[in-house]
Design a protein around this ligand. Structure first.
Ligand code: GLU
Length: 402
């Protein structure tokens, strides 16, 4: 069989290529020379399969898409409390380069420049030199991508020569006592971070790493702890798409981040990582074709995070009454994933069983269980046994053992 996914992506790309509104960014001189018609899309799945279409191998600077990954490194290195002392998690509703501070002097979130510069300075150890922090950023983002990324020196120098606004933001945060280190160092490192070269395949793998709880599905490396990804994806969902984050979440419904070079990255927890690139930007600063591609992908592949899955009601595969298959046992057969809502359905079924009757709890069709699902099911088995019921558990995959 020929896999239909590549055809589906090719078709979607062709259809979105007609969107030719918007302008290539002209405030960073080096970026203004990009071919405006370039357009690539890539998708990475949980087992590390990467599909690409169009200019999927074309490299561009990551820009603001580096922000969630730098945030992840800062959280992993310094812990949630320290990072939250310096940078908030509230949507700003402002443009990416606005002076967006809370009353206590904390930048509103790590996805806008003022918060991203502050976040960059939190990566690693506070005593580190600029070079040591740069090395950690390069190694960290490379681990997310599953290959060693390179710096675009020309873009870096070009941005550094135009950095007065970012420097002003850094000095402001410094004056509020919220910047760890020197403003020049923070902006220098942050600009380097933005100048790393990626293609949409890299973005898809990086997004999938966040979506898989920090484990890179291509290399198998656990890049950051799972709690870090939960925090990063939450902030991407509320603050990732510049000042259009609410509109994006309601139409596309995928935690995402865009950058001014034309990249868009989307990360759907547990399912898929997506990268798109096309340099023409809308008035908010996001890629016109990239946004169009995400809208189509979300609608056609059913990727909206808020779309309610029909899982819980199907948890019960069947109940075999005593005698129906020639023995005395009642059998309760569960299926699917045992998360809280699914297990709650099963618990009520078990609660309603006639007293004393022996039971087989059949988990052979259960794919997996969350920690809470596992502990509630184990608790149910213990309680039934404590009530004097004979319970046999069929659990060939050891789902209840974790
Ligand atoms: N390096 C860019 C800046 O700091 C990134 C902006 C963006 O991609 O939103 O201005």
């Amino acid at each position: 069989m020929r896999n239909p996914v590549p055809d589906l992506l090719d078709e979607l790309r062709r259809e979105c290529a007609g969107a030719d509104g918007g302008e290539v960014l002209d405030t960073i001189p080096e970026l203004a020379d990009e071919d405006p018609d370039r357009f690539g899309i890539a998708l990475c799945t949980i087992d590390g399969t990467v599909y690409g279409t169009g200019d999927a191998d074309h490299r561009f600077t990551i820009q603001s898409i580096s922000k969630p990954f730098a945030y992840a490194l800062a959280l992993a290195d310094r812990g949630r409390d320290t990072v939250l002392e310096h940078v908030g998690v509230e949507p700003s509703g402002d443009a990416f380069n606005e002076i967006s501070l809370e009353q206590n002097g904390r930048p509103r979130n790590p996805m806008i420049n003022i918060g991203a510069i502050t976040t960059h300075a939190l990566i690693g150890d506070p005593r580190w030199t600029l070079e040591e922090r740069d090395a950690r950023v390069l190694a960290g983002l490379s681990a997310f991508a599953g290959r060693t990324l390179e710096l675009d020196e020309a873009v870096f120098e070009s941005e550094r020569s135009e950095a007065s606004r970012n420097l002003a933001l850094a000095y402001l945060v410094h004056s509020q006592g919220k910047l760890d280190g020197e403003p020049h160092d923070a902006v220098d490192g942050y600009t380097r971070q933005c100048s790393l070269l990626v293609d949409v395949r890299d973005l898809a793998v990086m997004a999938m790493t966040l979506a898989a709880g920090g484990r890179n599905s291509v290399t198998g490396e656990q890049v950051v702890p799972t709690w870090v990804c939960t925090q990063v994806l939450s902030v991407m969902a509320t603050c990732g798409m510049y000042d259009a984050a609410g509109d994006w979440m309601s139409t596309v419904g995928i935690p995402a981040k865009s950058g001014v070079s034309g990249g868009v990255l989307g990360s759907l927890p547990g399912q898929v990582g997506i990268g798109a690139f096309s340099p023409r930007l809308d008035e908010i600063g996001s890629s016109v074709r990239g946004v169009a591609a995400f809208e189509r992908l979300s609608a056609e592949l059913g990727l909206h995070l808020m779309h309610a899955p029909e899982v819980a009601s199907h948890v019960l595969y069947g109940v075999v009454e005593p005698d129906a298959d020639g023995d005395e046992l009642r059998e309760v057969q569960l299926q699917g994933t045992m998360h809280f809502a699914a297990v709650e359905v099963a618990l009520r079924q078990l609660e309603a069983l006639p007293d004393g009757e022996p039971l087989v709890l059949d988990l052979s069709r259960v794919a997996s269980a969350t920690a809470v699902g596992r502990s509630l099911l184990n608790e149910a088995v213990e309680r039934m046994r404590a009530d004097g019921r004979e319970v046999r558990v069929t659990d060939p995959d050891g789902v209840l053992e974790g």
